[in-house]
Ligand binder design. Structure first.
Ligand SMILES: Cc1ncc(COP(=O)(O)O)c(C=O)c1O
Length: 408
């Protein structure tokens, strides 16, 4: 059972944690889910890989999401047991025969994605030519401009895709098309382009699709201090839907992971040493801050306390913040987060920092390398710094004088 506090400050007034602390915010999930429910006309599928903490999955389901993108049998099992009556979409284009068999026979999964004829053959062999399948053909698309492109690994293109669409149309009960424009996709127009490309292939195949899944990729960060508004991403999708030949009553889905859960967690870390403008903290690239080290992401951060509670921490004047590099706790020199993370000049050993938007691909990436990777978990009720889902002016008011400097 996790304890609940209003804010990191309230928690630190009572405790001085040695290990990093994962802070969960239920309200942030509700806000992200309802943003998509309000602004996107299709259905949501939650990509479980972004955060599989049972509390997070439960909250996503609680707010009306009944579809789950699962990529492994472990994720299948988690959702099957954790969310009654969930619809499971097994969207990893390459799966082992054992996992296909178990997903179909033990968990009732009927929906799979593929990007190659061999995978279709594999599924049909394993499940003895069952006629009740929904198969999504994963198509290649232009994922340039995304921070984490996926296209080199997955996606059928050209004549191969046309043939695959025809084959699936013959063998499966329902034909879907899907693509992924890359995670943290910064160009909204990539969605429209991908739908038009899919439409072109479906037309060449002479078939109609029952389902379109535009994948994930919706970004969470601001750029140069400005909100990265998600509206253009959704309108780009909506305005391109006519380009895809679909049956009447066809269903549209989006499959976000990051955008739904990034703001569901923040992380409290402790400064163990300061060397000039470099801080050594107790979590890093082998922990929840994987993206800060491996993708140079500059998460929003603020100073929230000191191990000696008598030390006064005051909101800083933005003009007086300076850029810091961060080092994680392991002995590996790759455990480095170049930032810059803007903090008061006074930062010192024993200070606590709260790092925001660590809910996506944070906890799931953390390893026990070097004996680190232990986290305390708490619930917080205050607002997220620099939320994607709050207009910048009101977010800035909530966060008083904190400076937001993020990736460009
Ligand atoms: C098939 C599939 N769907 C959805 C997602 C979620 O993407 P994101 O977290 O960028 O929204 C991923 C991420 O890798 C994926 O592979």
């Amino acid at each position: 059972m996790r304890s609940t506090y209003f804010s990191a400050e309230e928690f630190l007034a009572q405790r001085r944690p040695i290990d990093p602390v994962r802070c969960f915010r239920q309200g942030a999930i509700e806000r992200a889910v309802s943003w998509f429910q309000t602004n996107f006309s299709g259905q949501l599928i939650y990509a479980v890989k972004a955060n599989m903490a049972p509390g997070v999955v439960h909250q996503v389901a609680q707010h009306g999401v009944k579809n789950f993108d699962v990529a492994s049998l472990t994720e299948v099992d988690l959702i099957y047991h954790g969310v009654p009556n969930a619809n499971l979409f097994y969207m990893n284009p390459v799966k082992s025969r054992a996992h296909i068999r178990s997903a179909y026979y033990d968990y009732g999964v009927r929906c799979f994605s593929i990007d190659h004829e061999d995978e279709l053959e594999k599924i049909l062999t394993v499940i003895e030519q069952a006629k009740d399948l929904t198969i999504f053909v994963r198509l290649h698309c232009d994922d340039s401009g995304s921070v984490l492109p996926l296209g080199r690994k997955y996606g059928a293109a050209g004549e191969e895709a046309v043939r695959l669409l025809q084959l699936v149309r013959q063998k499966a009960e329902r034909l879907g098309v899907t693509f992924h424009v890359g995670s943290q996709a910064l160009h909204p127009e990539r969605y429209g382009e991908a739908i038009r490309y899919a439409g072109d292939l479906v037309r060449r195949a002479g078939v109609l699709a029952e389902l379109l899944n535009v994948g994930g990729g919706f970004p969470i960060f601001y750029k140069d201090g400005d909100p990265l508004d998600l509206h253009p991403f959704v309108s780009n999708i909506e305005n391109s839907l006519d380009a895809l030949p679909m049956v009447q009553g066809g269903e549209i889905f989006a499959e976000p992971g990051r955008a739904l859960v990034a703001e569901a967690e923040s992380l409290i870390v402790r400064v163990d040493a300061r060397r000039g403008n470099e801080l050594f903290i107790n979590d890093g690239g082998y922990g929840v801050l994987y993206d800060a080290a491996n993708c140079d992401w500059v998460f929003p951060v603020r100073l929230v306390g000191h191990e000696d509670t008598k030390t006064n921490i005051q909101a800083s004047d933005p003009a007086e913040l300076v850029g810091f590099e961060l080092w994680g706790p392991t002995c590996d020199a790759a455990d480095h987060m170049k930032g810059p993370f803007y903090l008061p000049t006074s930062v010192q050993e024993g200070d606590y920092l709260e790092i925001y938007k660590t809910g996506a691909y944070g906890g799931v990436m953390a390893s026990g390398f070097n004996g680190f990777g232990c986290y305390e978990e708490i619930d917080l009720q205050d607002d997220v710094m620099a939320s994607n889902f709050v207009p910048l002016s009101s977010s800035a008011e909530i966060q008083s004088a904190e400076v937001i400097k993020l990736i460009s």
